[in-house]
Structure formats: C-alpha cells, structure tokens
Design a protein around this ligand. Structure first.
Ligand code: PHE
Length: 354
C-alpha cells in the first residue's frame, strides 16, 4: 500500500505517463486529478472516480494507476483510444447541490483540455453526473449522445464479466454451465448488481457482499442467493470470486486465504502488485486480468462513439470479444508457462506496437 510520505512530486516523477492535470476546487475542497497515460492509439478516454481518500496523494496515486489500466484496456479491446482517468478526491460526501456544481466545473476543466481527455462514469459517479458534465462539455464518452443509446455502461461491463467467467470455466473445467457454480460478488453497485442478476438467471448460485450490507441482503433475498459479511469475502468457499468494487483486494495477505478457483470481476487494479499474479498462479487460482475482463462498459460506449456499432448489437459484440480475448490469454499463458497477467500484457503490447 501507499506510503503516506510520497507526495505529488514523487508520485508524478515515478510515473511513466504523458502528464497529469492537478486542480483544486475551492468551492468544495476537492482535488481534481486528470491523468493522461498514453495516446498511442488515440486520445485518452476513461472514467472519473469520486471518493473520499485518506489523503489527496492517495487520490493522485489512484488516478495514475487507473489511467495506465485504461491504456491496457483499450489496447486489449482493440479500440482506438488512449489511457486516461480522472479522480475527484472529495474531502467528505457532498450535497446534491455541491455535487452538481463540482460536475459542471469539472466539465469546464475538460473544455480547457480541448479533447485531450474524455470522461465517463466510474466508481462513485453516475449516468446522472455524466449528463451534468455533458451539459457544459462535449468531452464525455460515457453518455447517451443519440436517442436509442444506452445511458449506463454498468450492464455492458456485467455482460463482459459473464463472458469472462464462462471463458475461465471452459479453460478450467471444459464446460461453461453455471449449475452448481457459486459466484461471490464483492460490491453490488453499478456493475455488481446487473452481474448478480445475469448470473442468477443463468443458474449460478450468487453470494453477495457489500459494505452496504442491507443492499447485499435485499438483493440476495430477491435472487434466492445468500449475503456474505464483507469481512468474510476472502475466506468464503466459492468457485468464482468476482471483485466488483475497490482495487488491490488481491494481495499477499488475502491470496493465501482465498477459497475460490477463479478470480474474474469488474474492479480496476485488482492486484496490489504484479507479483500477486504469480501468487494466484502458485495457488492454482485462475486469474482473469482485470483490464481484459472489465472492458465491457468502456467498449460499448467506445464502439458507439467511434461509429463502429449500433446499440442493438453492443452486448453481443462485447461478450464475444471479451470471451475470445480471455480464451486466447488463458491458452497463451498455459502454453508459454506464464501467468494470465503476463499473457494479457503481451496482447496489449502487441496492439500498442511495443
Ligand atoms: N469506468 C470505465 C472503466 O473503468 C470507463 C468508461 C466507461 C469510459 C464508459 C468510457 C465510457 O472501464
């Protein structure tokens, strides 16, 4: 985890990206970071995350890491965008009015960048926030630009994760049926909830955990699944663990305790360090690299904005691509004797011409 002593300067100096915009929003006390990691394939596109961080430095660190993840995500998905991400490091939860004001000013900041970065929703921001930003700026990718376009990337991300879990089941067990398969979903928000609904409809046993325990419980009751105490996530026996909330949940402390055979979920930056991919492999846990399996929402909106797909075909396109990519990643990893993370990075590197 982060050492608190690392300040803006150290973090920025250690980062291999294009640049980062730092802005302090005095009205709300929010630090705004816009990290542009790479523009080899196109202009930087990625979501905006809003959170209370322990320190502003943690917010900057998150933006830098998330932007790099977007570079890999677009490259692995074969879409013509670069890696970028924004963070709104709020000092405390905002009122509706403060939030709207912040979104509008963030939109103004995007305008000064003249398209070098376009935003979308991420953890802590909603389709409604995107509408606010889009009311003042055209640099919003995660928004319905035309009638008939979807408003929320979450269900597409969920569709991609379902396809990813199926690819992992095929690789591990030779078949991708969900009967008798327990999937533990950590976080039942914008992606976790639609994911739970899809998996339950497909016949999986869903185990749901959320920091909002009442939310996990009521969804579990509705779907005939069970709720899991957030503290118990890492020791609960299951076939598939799907992290769908914060990052870095796979680390030296949690991996030895995991009770799953497959990790496939939508959270960004699931591994605390790259070595955690080896730790998972040593425990014979199959890891679906986050930037491949969680690309569905970004892909869906990216395809629309680039004029490469119609709304009706999005879900199918996303699921097919993610299922095929992960199948290829798992196969390459097995043949070459490397972790799926290494194989997925090679896939992205090839697309980036590295
Ligand atoms: N938050 C999305 C992700 O991490 C990014 C995104 C969604 C970008 C929708 C554009 C449109 O993948």
């Amino acid at each position: 985890m982060a050492s608190v002593s690392e300040g803006f300067l150290d973090l920025t100096a250690a980062w291999q990206g294009r640049g980062v915009v730092v802005h302090h929003d005095a009205a709300t006390g929010t630090w705004i970071f816009i990290a542009i990691h790479d523009d080899t394939l196109g202009r930087a596109v990625g979501g905006v995350r809003m959170r209370v961080y322990p320190t502003p430095e943690e917010g900057l660190r998150d933006a830098l890491r998330l932007a790099e993840g977007m570079t890999l995500k677009w490259a692995a998905a074969g879409l013509p965008f670069g890696g970028g991400k924004a963070v709104l490091a709020i000092p405390r939860p905002l009122t509706a009015k403060q939030r709207k004001g912040l979104m509008l000013r963030f939109g103004g900041l995007l305008n000064t960048l003249q398209g070098a970065y376009a935003t979308g929703p991420d953890l802590g921001t909603t389709p409604e926030d995107m509408k606010q930003i889009a009311s003042v700026s055209e640099h919003v990718s995660g928004v319905a630009r035309e009638p008939g376009w979807p408003e929320d990337p979450g269900p597409f991300t969920a569709a991609g994760v379902v396809a990813g879990i199926k690819a992992a089941l095929r690789h591990r067990m030779g078949s991708d049926g969900f009967s008798g398969v327990r999937v533990l979903i950590q976080g039942v928000g914008g992606v976790g909830e639609p994911l739970a609904r899809r998996l339950s409809a497909a016949g999986a046993d869903v185990l749901l955990a959320d920091v909002d325990e009442a939310k996990a419980f009521s969804l579990a009751v509705e779907l005939g699944g069970s709720a899991v105490n957030p503290e118990a996530v890492y020791v609960t026996p299951c076939e598939v663990y799907a992290p769908c909330a914060v990052g870095a949940t796979l680390n030296a402390e949690t991996i030895p305790r995991l009770g799953c055979g497959i990790v496939a979920g939508s959270a960004n930056n699931q591994l605390a360090t790259p070595e955690d991919a080896e730790r998972l492999a040593d425990r014979w846990i199959l890891y679906a690299p986050d930037f491949v399996v969680n690309a569905g929402g970004a892909m869906a909106f990216g395809l629309l904005h680039a004029g490469l797909a119609d709304p009706e075909e999005l879900e199918e396109r996303v699921a097919t691509r993610i299922g095929e990519s992960l199948g290829a990643v798992f196969a390459e990893a097995a043949v070459e004797g490397v972790s799926p993370l290494v194989a997925a990075r090679r896939l992205a590197d090839r697309a980036l011409g590295r």
